[in-house]
Design a protein around this ligand. Structure first.
Ligand SMILES: Nc1ncnc2c1ncn2[C@@H]1O[C@H](COP(=O)(O)OP(=O)(O)OP(=O)(O)O)[C@@H](O)[C@H]1O
Ligand SMILES: [Mg+2]
Length: 252
């Protein structure tokens, strides 16, 4: 059981606030791993540090054995690790399909030069991206909305689109920040099915979530943060009955 992602001794303070205070985390390759903790525990900041959207004050992040804590987020994405945001960031004035196509990478690039020298290759890449987008939209139940403005989607559908956008880049690890927040129960089930479907295809997940049914139903292992520090790690069952965890939640 090797780690696809490991973080050691991460530190981040904002002025006087120690948001993350020497915290560790590991995602086993092929797993669905949870990250939970009371509001303000530092979970989103931790994600920002893992994906280098915010530079850590200290600590090491390794993805597939390589240090990534000095890499730009887009380079990390290219290596196979992508993240979604607590507030979904779909582009409302683009169609659902266009939102997915925008997320593709590793393309030859439609530069003036390439269009002249490699028109077939570009046409092929565009077709492949479109096919993948349609397959993803089909799997998340949004195919009927492919040509609708993303702005017209419900909150839950936007969350699905956000995960779909992440899937476009064929990642090996996806970090999801509260995929079930503000989503109705039917769609939550659909999001969980979707996560499990992609997990069976070999994609690892790290999920921040307050909805304990989601965490307990999906995760192999759960890490608990409180006040920026590691409070506990274990199976969902172990975490559910851990006194320190219960205390942190009740005291919050
Ligand atoms: N950019 C920032 N500037 C200043 N303080 C920040 C910033 N981002 C986060 N914080 C503070 O760091 C702490 C951790 O916040 P963070 O958003 O990481 O918590 P969280 O565990 O994701 O909470 P929630 O469950 O509510 O999403 C909080 O005290 C927050 O106010
Ligand atoms: Mg958060």
């Amino acid at each position: 059981m090797s780690a696809i992602l490991s973080a050691t001794g991460l530190v981040k303070s904002f002025g006087g606030v120690q948001a993350v205070d020497r915290a560790d985390l590991e995602v086993i390759s092929g797993s669905i791993t949870g990250l939970i903790g009371p509001n303000g525990a530092g979970k989103t900041t931790f994600f920002n540090l893992l994906s280098n959207f915010i530079t850590p004050d200290d600590g090491i992040v390794q993805f597939k054995g390589d240090r990534i804590d000095k890499l730009q987020p887009h380079r990390i994405a290219r290596k196979g690790m992508v993240r979604t945001f607590q507030v979904a960031r779909a582009l409302s004035r683009l169609s659902v399909l266009e939102n997915l196509l925008l997320a593709t990478q590793n393309q030859t690039g439609e530069t003036f030069w390439n269009v002249w020298t490699q028109p077939k290759r570009i046409a092929l890449e565009e077709k492949q991206a479109r096919d993948r987008a349609m397959e993803i939209l089909d799997s998340i139940g949004l195919i009927q909305k492919a040509n609708d403005y993303a702005g017209g989607l419900s909150g839950g559908q936007r969350k699905l689109l956000e995960i779909g956008r992440a899937m476009m880049t064929k990642p090996e690890l996806i970090l999801l920040d509260e995929p079930a927040a503000g989503v109705n129960p039917t769609l939550i089930n659909q999001i969980c099915d979707y996560i499990q479907y992609w997990n069976r295809q070999g994609v690892s997940f790290l999920i921040i979530e307050h909805n304990m049914d989601v965490i307990m139903g999906l995760c192999d292992r759960v890490w608990v943060l409180a006040e920026g520090r590691n409070l506990a790690v274990g199976t969902p069952e172990e975490i559910q009955t851990n006194d320190k965890v219960l205390e942190a939640y009740l005291g919050a």
